[in-house]
Design a protein around this ligand. Structure first.
Ligand code: IVH
Length: 674
């Protein structure tokens, strides 16, 4: 056989294998091989495709997530246009809507379906022979952007339909729905961005939209998107539905995620559903900005038709905005760990959506200028995504005459160093190498739980240590004495002892924690882990070239440059050497080669008394195990703490080995420290 034929056959085999593992990973959430093994297969395929470019087909997994970033998105023309919904805000509008529907149909009462109106962005998906082949944004309703690669990163979206028994997979299925971010995921995402010194997303919608439109699917994969489907376009092999509910249940029977819905009889039914969902909106795990009311009967829908870009058979009944007006007492500038200057409005406290709000972020200079918020202004404040309060608008008629636009400082308000615009132009940063405000934030980060884990070193103490000039560098922390500590306000004998003990303990940290603690921009915990694996000794990073650093898993070119520059900067090198001199000696990552956790998948559930979830995860990973989120046949152990619920039950059903806290600790002991 010639070389090409052999390569072709091997490529086919690799593609099949990779597709299988993708499916295990994304759909079943139960991988059979490690990420490293997966990467090895992928690299082999990439190698073959490089040698024989004709083997590189558009549907090759090398072209998917983890493949190369697209330069721009392709266009997708929607066979059936994607409509939008007319909004209504008051009961009056609902009465008109219902009247029009009934009149056009000549019906005394109509059955509706009510669904939460998710605050995300609309997408259209295409499955052929049950396989997900394409996904696009709504765009202008006629033409959208091809975001197939990014949609593939969404765990809740099956790459292959999973029909219930007896349900036939149609030749072609075109479905529509909404991509969104759950509140908890949004919060985590923003926390991570804060840790990495990136600007925060204002609300879940922005985060979802921005993530789906990332050019690099790897970036999207790091952002936890979810999806719910709510429509289906008629195609061959898809049954003709009598009602919307029948359609939703059909989608569900194919293994697609659908949201909750209620059937509502007539306008009174809709009113009841609206009141209930308005009351319960904060209890939902995702942001909703209203309720979608749809005529249930498909035949009635056809008869109603559409006007311009929205259907006559559906409407978005919006929730009243959770906004309040208040006064801007002052505008201040907050200095973050990476020097980012964030304008913050100090407000006369006001209750918004059940929570007292006294400060609102103005994000950055551009945003501040666009909104032109000034001291003394009366403004409307909104809680965006239930997280960061935001200023929606200024009431110009109430602006005091003497008011002046806010001047964004050219210098850091804390240390006076020049403030300079970032490469991407959005963020202005303080350039002061020894800016005390940055230092406080850096120390807080250095001491934080997933960094050096120095208990007792919180915000207030960090601020005190910096303000009194006691601590100017990380290494100064290790020169603290009891005597010095006792001169600080509110520092007792016991607290001083505990802090010193905690500092001493932190010297035996790991390379991963150490690298994370340094607070290098863009380097979160996951990157620190990868860096530690590539460079188990920090001296290696001093010597590493840009190319060496780019070779680390998931480190893109921008990140590599930042990391490289960090370790080349003499001040940083000095700070690191001072830490090593002070006795900090980060342990290189070690993976055990034997032991009960090597290559095993562990699910943690319930709460333990001796350690939290993160600590347990770290212990397992250190011993060569992997922690998964859900229980399947591939799970080796379920560690069940107190109040373990459905995962424990599932483990029992599947006969997975269950460990209580005691047994888990014992097993950890047998493999003392991987
Ligand atoms: S139905 C013609 N159902 O709202 C049918 N849309 O303002 C149009 N949306 O573009 C969509 N949740 O992005 C429908 N349960 C839901 C929805 C929903 C959110 C969004 C969707 C749409 C926009 C219309």
């Amino acid at each position: 056989m010639d070389d090409f034929k052999t390569a072709e056959a091997r490529a086919r085999e690799l593609r099949r294998e990779l597709a299988h593992h993708n499916h295990r990973y994304y759909v079943l959430d139960s991988p059979e091989i490690s990420d490293i093994q997966y990467d090895t297969l992928m690299r082999e395929l990439q190698g073959l495709e490089e040698q024989h470019p004709s083997l590189q087909t558009p549907d090759s997994p090398t072209q998917r997530v983890g493949g190369k970033a697209a330069d721009e998105f392709g266009q997708v023309v929607h066979r059936v246009p994607m409509l939008s919904l007319a909004n209504l805000f008051e009961d009056e509008g609902l009465v008109e809507f219902d009247e029009r529907v009934r009149k056009l149909l000549g019906q005394p009462a109509v059955t509706y379906v009510c669904e939460p109106k998710l605050d995300g962005l609309a997408i259209a998906l295409r499955f052929e022979k049950g396989i997900f082949v394409q996904g696009a944004t709504r765009g202008d309703g006629t033409t959208g952007e091809d975001v197939t690669g990014n949609l593939r990163t969404i765990r809740s979206l099956p790459m292959e339909l999973f029909p219930l028994d007896g349900v036939k997979v149609p030749a072609v299925l075109e479905v529509r729905g909404e991509v969104f971010i759950r509140k908890a995921d949004f919060q985590k995402l923003n926390e991570k961005r804060e840790e990495e010194g990136e600007p925060l997303f204002a609300n879940p919608r922005n985060a979802a939209a921005g993530s789906l439109r990332q050019l690099d699917p790897k970036e999207t994969a790091a952002r936890p998107l979810s999806v719910y489907l709510y429509e289906c376009v008629p195609t061959e092999g898809v049954p003709a539905f009598k009602s919307h509910i029948e359609k939703l249940e059909y989608l569900k029977s194919l293994g697609l995620p659908i949201n909750r819905y209620v059937r509502a009889e007539g306008i009174d039914g809709v009113r009841q559903a609206y009141d209930a969902s308005l009351k319960g909106r904060h209890e939902l795990p995702f942001e909703v900005d209203g309720m979608v009311v749809k005529v249930d009967d498909e035949d009635q829908r056809k008869r109603l038709g559409q006007v311009s870009k929205s259907p006559r058979w559906a409407v978005a009944y919006k929730f009243p905005p959770e906004e309040e007006s208040t006064e801007v007492l002052d505008i201040g500038i907050q200095v973050g760990r990476t020097g980012a200057l964030t304008p913050v409005a100090h407000l006369k406290p006001v209750k918004v959506g059940g929570v007292m709000v006294a400060r609102a972020t103005l994000h950055n200079e551009d945003e501040l200028r666009r909104k032109d918020v000034r001291k003394g202004d009366t403004v409307f404040v909104r809680r965006a995504g239930d997280v960061i309060p935001e200023i929606v608008s200024t009431v110009l008629s109430k602006r005091p005459e003497s008011s002046q636009p806010f001047e964004f400082p050219k210098h850091c308000p804390v240390c006076g160093a020049a403030a300079v615009k970032d490469e991407d132009g959005a963020v202005i940063r303080c350039t002061g190498a020894s800016c005390p405000a940055q230092l406080v934030e850096k120390i807080r980060h250095f001491a934080s739980r997933i960094a050096m884990d120095i208990e007792g070193l919180g915000d207030k103490l960090a601020a005190q240590l910096v303000a009194t000039g006691t601590v100017k560098t990380f290494a100064d922390l290790y020169a603290l004495t009891k005597q010095k500590l006792l001169t600080l306000e509110r520092m007792g004998d016991k607290s001083a002892d505990n802090l010193l003990e905690s500092l001493e303990h932190s010297k035996g940290t790991t390379q991963r924690r150490f690298l994370y603690a340094l607070g290098i921009r863009h380097v979160g915990d996951a990157t620190a882990k990868a860096l530690a694996e590539g460079f188990p000794d920090v001296h290696q990073l001093f010597k590493a070239s840009l190319e060496d650093i780019s070779r680390v898993k998931d480190v893109g070119p921008v990140m590599a440059q930042v990391i490289h520059a960090f370790f080349q900067e003499p001040q940083n090198r000095e700070a690191i050497l001072a830490l090593l001199n002070a006795g900090v000696s980060p342990a290189p990552p070690q993976v055990s080669t034997g032991g009960p956790f090597v290559g095993k998948t562990v699910v943690l559930t319930g709460s333990m008394t001796g350690m939290n979830r993160d600590q347990a995860k770290e212990e397992v990973e250190r011993r060569g195990g992997k922690v998964a989120g859900s229980v399947s046949r591939k799970t080796d152990f379920v560690v069940a703490g107190d109040d373990a619920g459905s995962k424990l039950k599932k483990a029992q059903e599947l006969g997975v080995r269950i460990l209580d806290e005691q047994a888990f600790l014992q097993l950890l002991q047998t493999d003392a420290r991987g």
